[in-house]
Design a protein around this ligand. Structure first.
Ligand SMILES: NC(=O)c1ccc[n+]([C@@H]2O[C@H](COP(=O)([O-])OP(=O)(O)OC[C@H]3O[C@@H](n4cnc5c(N)ncnc54)[C@H](OP(=O)(O)O)[C@@H]3O)[C@@H](O)[C@H]2O)c1
Length: 317
């Protein structure tokens, strides 16, 4: 008899997600079976729910009935070379080619996994993985900063922003956060030195000379931010397709525009993320946790303004 598991499926006509019984995956060579305990919601998931990202949805549909979810924390159910059955693991799958992770059981490449160390919980792991890796990609890859430098984080209370604030502060920079007024205290607790609430303050001001501007919601551009960058400052957007003109200009100036396109990860990157979490440099930022039966509400929560960090979905209780 075919083994089954629970997975989030979408009703495109109703633009809703619901939980259904689906066939459990059978791992192929190089893959491990993982029982997902907690996953997270991403903007792409919310867009997939309503058939956005059409090109990607088509690719995801080749994967199975579950078409949302990119990260997870759970328990390995089979042995690999590094990972053993029963290990607590955390993972981030290939954005285009990987399986989607909003399911009770998934088959994942072992290279996308790392052992989740104590005392981190499944919720911690799921909340940290994709956006923590993004912050590392920006601040240890594209533009490390130092004590005499300043960083502007646009969208500081969201998933990307919460971890960029923490890591930039850890590197010693002065951190200026742009978020809603209601999240002022919360982002200061993460490490922001100054908050510019977007309701009543200009995020970009005369006299700014930021070494790094991180545009998490990808609502700004290199051209808009350039007058507010230091001579060798960098503007980084989470959506490299939104500002092609900016990248062309930046190729000829001392100020730079950063390309961020994190399609996949490695055990080394996951290891680095977990080291930073264990050292309390990156603390899990969890807005809310929903049971899988209320996944549609979790998607709605993600799309609501004013959240604080990550929205999680729990598949095992
Ligand atoms: N390219 C890559 O490799 C990569 C990697 C990771 C993420 N991403 C992308 O990065 C984006 C952000 O992801 P996320 O998880 O951080 O999303 P999120 O949790 O929704 O955070 C976005 C933040 O931006 C703020 N925001 C939105 N519009 C704004 C505006 N006009 N002015 C000021 N603030 C605004 C929101 O604040 P309010 O809630 O107060 O409105 C929210 O805090 C997504 O599109 C995601 O797909 C890309």
């Amino acid at each position: 008899m075919t083994k089954t598991t629970l997975g989030l499926v979408r009703d495109l006509a109703a633009k809703r997600m619901s939980i259904a019984s689906i066939a459990a995956p059978i791992p192929r060579a190089g893959e491990l079976l993982v029982e997902v305990h907690v996953s997270a919601v991403n903007e792409m998931d919310v867009e997939v729910r309503t058939d956005g990202w059409a090109e990607y949805v088509e690719k995801f549909l080749g994967v199975g009935p579950v078409v949302t979810g990119f990260e997870f924390a759970g328990v390995a159910q089979s042995d690999g070379e590094r990972i053993r059955s029963g290990d607590r693991v955390v993972g981030y799958v290939h954005v285009v080619a990987g399986p989607r992770t909003h399911a009770g059981l998934i088959a994942v490449q072992e290279s996308d996994l790392f052992v989740l160390p104590q005392p981190l919980t499944f919720r911690d792991g799921a909340a940290l993985v994709s956006m923590g890796l993004t912050a590392i990609e920006i601040l240890e890859g594209l533009k490390p900063v130092s004590a005499d430098q300043s960083v502007l984080v646009l969208g500081a209370a969201g998933g990307v922003g919460a971890y960029v604030v923490q890591l930039a502060k850890h590197q010693g920079a002065r951190v200026i956060a742009v978020c809603s007024q209601q999240n002022d205290v919360w982002v200061r607790r993460l490490g922001a030195d100054e908050v510019r609430p977007y309701e009543n303050t200009q995020p970009l001001q005369d006299g700014d000379a930021f070494d790094l501007v991180v545009d998490a919601p990808a609502k700004w551009s290199f051209a808009k931010c350039r007058p507010h960058l230091a001579t060798d400052g960098m503007y980084v957007t989470t959506n490299p397709f939104m500002d092609q003109a900016g990248f062309d200009t930046a190729a000829t100036t001392t100020q730079k525009a950063g390309h961020l396109l994190m399609l996949t990860t490695t055990p080394q990157k996951l290891s680095r993320l977990l080291d930073l979490a264990l050292a309390n440099v990156l603390r899990p930022a969890i807005d809310s946790v929903y049971p899988a039966s209320e996944a549609d509400e979790a998607f709605d929560r993600f799309a609501t303004r004013g959240k604080q960090g990550r929205v999680l979905i729990e598949f095992q209780v």
